[in-house]
Structure formats: structure tokens, C-alpha cells
Ligand binder design. Structure first.
Ligand code: GTP
Length: 693
């Protein structure tokens, strides 16, 4: 019985436990239910949040796109407005200058356009700046900003090249008249620069000083008035024969003055570190505008002249301005052509100012490119040959032309040139003492332009003076001098003929991130010297390189674009006409390599699908800092269907060879395209005429 009673109690206790457990289970189930409903709510909220996020991202993207468009428009508007302001201001300024006695030194205060091209531009502020008349007369010059060295500021732009554009005309004639009696023929002294001008450009006569001095904008009153001036590609009514013809007055070469560097402005951004390239700049000590290249200008006296002061930048300023006024130019140009074939002032409704170039004189790059194409179709390639003196260096002895006889009277006889061929102009040996004399590298130094590039009609490019020591050819590995060479001499009739009538002309655009070395590469290609302290490219620049490859003369019009983002829209414009594209990256910068795809996208956007692409990794001399293996470059090139090469602009490795290969590829591509064109046309049914015809 006792056992039964115990059992009974135990059973009851168990039952109680079971009941408690069941209750606990119910509670837990209830909690679970609560939790799952909470979870459901949370997940639905999550879902909503995700949708909202997606919405916001889309809107953000839209806003970004709009911002970009707005930026582009502001950029274009800013360019136009600044030009218009300059034009308005230039007339009174010119009068002031005439009234003032003595040479007018470039004033750093008045040099830069307000805030132009600064990274942290407040666009509204800029526009309002442009909208309100400045207190000081603005001049057609951009001064380089002071360049305090700060290696930490890698994103800040390097010194912006100084730009000066004016349109001399009215006062060029007296200058030209003075010229005959005012040539000193001294090395480094440009021919045809009247003493008055020389006075104003101060240190011009001393080539060494020229090398050691910073580039300064110099306002030469005598070179500013040119009511009818038009840009090179836009010279209606100008007989082609006038350009480069030996019947025309000789080119006048004007070396820019070398002046003191502008006072340092602490508000301006420090110069960006160039990464591995720093070593080259460090050699120079604290960078100052002295490293900016000295410059030269050669002006054809008739009938339209453009003065561009920026060594090594060729037509950069002109093109930049053209691109800035892209939107308005076509109509205005058209109107101007109808109303006033000699110039575009009327189209703008502006009185011709003494030194102002109306904005309408700035054709779009497209117009320019088309003009060039038209010209080449019409009259061969004469106008595209810059007369670049590369071919003069075959024997290491530049041959002077009529234009530079006063510079280097002993060098050679004046070659007989084809009537449309503007002679190449070589600078005297003394023009760049640094390279030739073996001056220490620490001499401030930008490669002094000793080459005068001439752009004949209608590309009446300013002629630049830059020295071209004969370094490249011998150093160029892998390039057979028989296969790839520059025409030897203007005195050589074959060379002259080739230059006068190249077999091929191609537009090649160099693109790539800022600092990868595009300008350095091109500088080396043209001047056979590595340019230290180069400034960041502004807008675009172009030169023509003549190459003799496989017994064919190639004129490569090489466009150097600015890697800085603010100029990408300009680059995209150029890419539309590109036949060849050099996608350059820096082997020490993974980022620049990654951006190759971005540039390729730009190329595709521009519709230049048939362009021949060369992928070029620069700075291969910086092996220690290398971030992009050669193999990666090769693979990418394979993927893109591009040719590939690595080079070093600093050492001069692989400079000419890739260009030679590119020329060959361009030729092949052109032949291929021509072939397909023929096929298409031959498929056309013959024209049917009416029964009466
Ligand atoms: N070590 C080394 N430095 C180089 C080489 N090529 C160029 N640099 C340096 O790289 C820097 C940029 O060169 P740039 O030629 O101005 O570069 P870029 O691509 O034209 O730049 P943007 O004009 O801004 O587009 C300069 O400081 C050059 O001295 C090279 O082959 N080796």
C-alpha cells in the first residue's frame, strides 16, 4: 500500500511537471509566433528600405548626370564669356599700352583669367565673375599659377601652361617692315623681331637667360591688332599659295621674353606630385615657372596671323578656345562667312578690337578637323605638314629655312620649297644651350623649344621654336633606320617631295590619365629630349610628325589631350575624328591602367570604332615602383584588339618604334576601309537616266 501511495505521489508530481512543461511550451510557441511576426515586419521594412535606397541611387545617378551636363555647359559658357570679356577689354587696354611709354612688363596680377581651370572652382561664382566687368583690363594671356612644391597634393593640377593668344594684324605690317633693318642674326635672337619688340621682350637676346627664366606672358602691343584674323583652319578667301610660299614675306620668329616668375600666390594649389616622376622634377629644385619652356612664335605676315605663346603646346590654346566655343561656332562661322569672309567679327556684331579675337573666330574642333580633311582632299597634304624639322636632323645638322636664316645663317642654304609648303624652321644651335652644351640638368630648364613648327595654309599654325638635338634616332632600338626614318633634308628633293605630299595623313589622339606622360612622350618624339617640369596640358595640343616608313611618308597629326577630368569633354570631341588612338597609362599607377577601359569607353562613345589603338605603358624606367606588370598590359591589349608597347619617355626607350608600328597599322586599316568602301560603291546600280538624256 505504502508503495502504491508513493507511486501515486510520484505520478502526480510527474503530471504536474508535464503540465508545467506544456505551459512552458505554449509560452515559447507564443513567443516564437511573436518573433516570427516581428521578423516578417522587419523583413518587409527591409524590403521597403531597399526599394527606397534603389530609388535614391537612381535619383543620385540622375543628379550626377545632370550635374555633369551642367558642368559641361558652364565650361563652354565660361570659355565663351571669358573670351567676350577679353575682347571687350582688349581695345581699351591696347590704347593704354600705346599711350604708355616703354615696354610693358607682364603683370602677374592681370594674367590669369579669374579662377579659370582651378580645381575647386565655384561655378556660380565664376560665372558671376565673368558676368561682371573686371576692374582690371584683362589680357589675352593666362599666366601659370605659382607652383609651390608640395608632393602631398597629388590631386592638384600641375602648373597650367601659360597661354596667350592674340591676333596680330594691323601692327604686324610695320613690324615686318622693321624686320629687314632690324635683324641681328644672333643666335637666340629671332629673325624679324623689331627692336621695339625685342626691347619689350627683354631678355630675349640671351639664350641662356631665356633658358633660365620663367615663361611669362608678354603683352606685345604691336602684335595685338588683327581685325580680320581668323584661325588657321578657317581662312576663307586666303589663297593657299600665300602660305609657306617663298614669294610671301618670310616668317617672323618671335621669341617670348623670359621674365621673373610671378609672385607666389599661396591660395593657388600646390603642384601635384608626379609620383615616380618626382625624381625628375626634384632635380630641378623648387619648381618655378622658370621651368616652363621658353617659347617662340613665328608669324606668317600675310594674310592672317595668330600668335600663340606656349612652347611645345602648339595650337593648344587655339584648339582649347575652339572647343570652348564649340556650340556657337558653327552658326556664327556660317554667318560670318556670308557676311564677312575675311573674319568673323560681324557675325558676332563686335567691332574688331586691336587684340581681341572674337569668339566666333574659334571654330569647333570638328570644323577644324573637317577643314583639314577637306584641305587634304583638295590639295594634298601640304597644309598638314608642319615643316617639323625632324627630317632636318638626319645628319644632325639642321637646315635653316628662309624663316630662320637670320638665326642660323651659316647652317645651310635655303631649300627650294613647294609653293604650299611652309618651310620647316630650325632654331640655331645656340637657342638651347642646355642640351647641346651639356649644361647641368639642374639648370632650370625646360627644354627650350628650338624647333619651329610651321603650319601652312590654311592651318596657319604658329611656328614654335624648339631645339631638336639629334638624340632620338640613334637611341631608338628596334627601328630600322631604313624602314622608319625622317625625311633627311629639305635640300633633298625626295624628302621635300615626301613632305610636300605625304602618302598618308592620320589623326592620332593621345589619351590617358593626367600625369601618365603623354606630353613627355610627344615632346620626346618631337624634340628628342625629355622635358622635365612639364605643365599639365590644358585642353589639347597637336603637332605633326612626319615619318618615313616602308618608303612611305606618313604625316601623323598627333593630338595631345589633357588627362585632367575637366577636359575630358574636349577629348571626347577629338576622339570622334581619331583614326589612331594611343591609350597611355603609367606602369607605376594601377589606377591609370584601370582607367584605360574608361578611355576606351570614351572612344566607343565617340563612335571611333575603326580607330587603330595602341596601348602604351609609360615610365617603364621606374621598375621599382611598377604596379602594372607588362603581361597585364599585353593581355589587355589582346583583349582590346590593340597593339601594345611599353616605353619610357624619360629614357627615350621605345618612343619611335610604337609610332612606326602605329603608322603601319593605320595604313593597313585605311587600306582595309578603302577596300570596303570600293565594295560598297561598286554595288550601287548604275544611274538610270530618263529617255531624253
Ligand atoms: N619616371 C618617368 N617619369 C615620366 C616619364 N614620362 C613622363 N614622366 C613624368 O610624368 C609627369 C607627367 O608627365 P606629362 O607628360 O606632363 O603627363 P601627361 O600625361 O601629359 O599629363 P596631362 O598633360 O595632365 O594629361 C611629368 O612630371 C614627367 O616628368 C617617364 O617615362 N618616366
Amino acid at each position: 500500500m505504502a508503495l502504491d501511495a508513493h507511486m501515486q505521489e510520484a505520478l502526480e508530481a510527474k503530471e504536474r511537471e508535464v503540465r508545467q512543461l506544456a505551459e512552458g511550451q505554449r509560452e515559447l510557441e507564443a513567443q516564437l509566433h511573436d518573433l516570427s511576426s516581428t521578423q516578417q515586419k522587419a523583413s518587409s521594412e527591409n524590403q521597403q528600405l531597399r526599394e527606397v535606397e534603389r530609388d535614391l541611387a537612381g535619383k543620385l545617378e540622375d543628379v550626377r548626370g545632370q550635374l555633369q551636363v551642367t558642368r559641361g555647359r558652364l565650361d563652354a559658357a565660361r570659355g565663351r564669356v571669358s573670351w567676350q570679356i577679353e575682347e571687350k577689354q582688349s581695345a581699351p587696354r591696347a590704347r593704354e599700352e600705346k599711350a604708355s611709354s616703354g615696354p610693358r612688363a607682364a603683370s602677374p596680377q592681370e594674367a590669369p583669367l579669374p579662377g579659370l581651370f582651378e580645381a575647386g572652382d565655384d561655378w556660380d561664382q565664376l560665372l558671376s565673375d565673368f558676368g561682371s566687368p573686371p576692374h582690371q583690363a584683362m589680357q589675352l594671356t593666362w599666366s601659370p599659377p605659382p607652383t609651390p612644391r608640395d608632393t602631398s597634393g597629388s590631386q592638384t593640377p600641375r602648373v597650367v601652361r601659360q597661354i596667350s593668344i592674340s591676333s596680330p594684324h594691323a601692327e604686324l605690317v610695320p613690324i615686318g617692315q622693321e624686320q629687314a633693318s632690324d635683324l641681328d642674326g644672333a643666335p637666340g635672337s629671332p629673325s624679324g623681331v623689331p627692336s621695339s619688340i625685342k626691347d619689350q621682350i627683354g631678355t630675349l637676346e640671351d639664350p641662356k637667360e631665356q633658358n633660365n627664366s620663367p615663361k611669362q606672358p608678354v603683352d606685345i602691343p604691336g602684335l595685338e591688332a588683327r581685325p580680320q584674323a581668323r584661325f588657321l583652319w578657317d581662312l576663307p578667301g586666303v589663297p593657299a599659295v600665300e602660305w609657306g610660299s617663298l614669294q610671301t614675306p618670310p616668317l617672323r620668329v618671335q621669341l617670348a621674353p623670359e621674365a621673373r616668375p610671378p609672385p607666389q600666390d599661396p591660395s593657388l594649389p600646390p603642384q601635384a606630385s608626379a609620383g615616380p616622376s618626382q625624381q625628375f622634377q626634384d632635380d630641378q629644385g623648387p619648381e618655378d615657372p622658370a621651368k616652363l619652356p621658353s617659347w617662340a612664335e613665328t608669324l606668317p605676315q600675310e594674310p592672317h596671323d595668330i600668335v600663340v605663346s606656349d612652347p611645345g603646346s602648339g595650337s593648344q590654346e587655339i584648339i582649347l578656345k575652339c572647343l570652348q566655343s564649340l556650340e556657337s561656332v558653327d552658326e556664327e562661322d556660317q554667318a560670318g562667312k556670308e557676311a564677312h569672309p575675311g573674319g568673323l567679327q560681324e557675325a558676332h556684331g563686335q567691332a574688331p578690337g586691336p587684340d581681341g579675337l572674337p569668339a566666333s573666330t574659334l571654330p569647333s574642333p570638328e570644323a577644324q578637323l573637317e577643314a583639314e580633311e577637306g584641305d587634304s582632299a583638295d590639295g594634298g597634304l601640304q597644309d598638314l605638314d608642319t615643316g617639323h624639322p625632324d627630317w632636318l636632323q638626319q645628319d644632325g645638322q639642321p637646315t635653316p629655312t628662309q624663316s630662320d636664316m637670320s638665326w642660323a645663317p651659316v647652317e645651310a642654304e635655303i631649300p627650294a620649297l613647294g609653293k604650299l609648303i611652309l618651310p620647316s624652321i630650325s632654331a640655331p644651335t645656340g637657342a638651347q644651350p642646355g642640351a647641346a652644351d651639356g649644361l647641368p640638368e639642374s639648370t632650370p630648364t625646360l627644354p627650350i623649344p628650338a624647333e619651329l613648327e610651321a603650319q601652312p595654309r590654311p592651318l596657319s599654325m604658329p611656328v614654335q621654336s624648339e631645339k631638336e638635338p639629334d638624340l632620338l634616332q640613334p637611341e631608338e632600338p628596334g627601328v630600322d633606320s631604313e624602314e622608319a626614318k625622317l625625311p633627311s633634308s629639305l635640300g633633298d628633293p625626295t624628302a621635300s617631295k615626301l613632305l610636300a605630299d605625304p602618302d598618308y595623313l592620320f589623326h592620332v589622339v593621345f589619351v590617358g590619365d593626367s600625369n601618365v606622360g603623354k606630353t613627355s612622350f610627344l615632346h620626346l618624339l618631337h624634340h628628342d629630349s625629355f622635358a622635365t617640369g612639364l605643365t599639365a596640358t590644358v585642353g589639347v595640343d597637336f603637332r605633326v610628325k612626319s615619318l618615313l616608313v616602308d618608303n612611305r611618308c606618313f604625316a601623323l597629326q598627333l593630338w595631345d589631350t589633357a588627362g585632367q577630368e575637366r577636359y575630358h569633354s574636349l577629348t571626347r570631341q577629338l576622339l570622334r575624328k581619331a583614326e589612331g588612338v594611343v591609350l597611355m597609362y603609367d606602369v607605376t599607377s594601377r589606377e591609370s591602367f584601370a582607367h584605360v577601359r574608361y578611355w576606351l569607353g570614351c572612344l566607343q562613345d565617340a563612335g571611333a570604332d575603326t580607330a587603330v589603338i595602341l596601348l602604351l605603358g609609360n615610365k617603364m624606367d621606374c621598375e621599382e615602383e611598377r604596379q602594372v606588370p607588362t603581361e597585364a598590359g599585353r593581355r589587355l591589349a589582346q583583349e582590346l584588339g590593340a597593339s601594345f608597347s611599353e616605353c619610357s619617355a624619360a629614357l627615350g626607350h621605345n618612343i619611335l618604334e610604337p609610332m612606326v608600328n602605329l603608322a603601319r597599322s593605320l595604313k593597313t586599316q585605311e587600306e582595309r576601309l578603302k577596300g570596303s568602301l570600293v565594295e560598297v560603291t561598286s554595288l550601287k546600280p548604275p544611274k538610270r537616266y530618263g529617255c531624253c538624256s
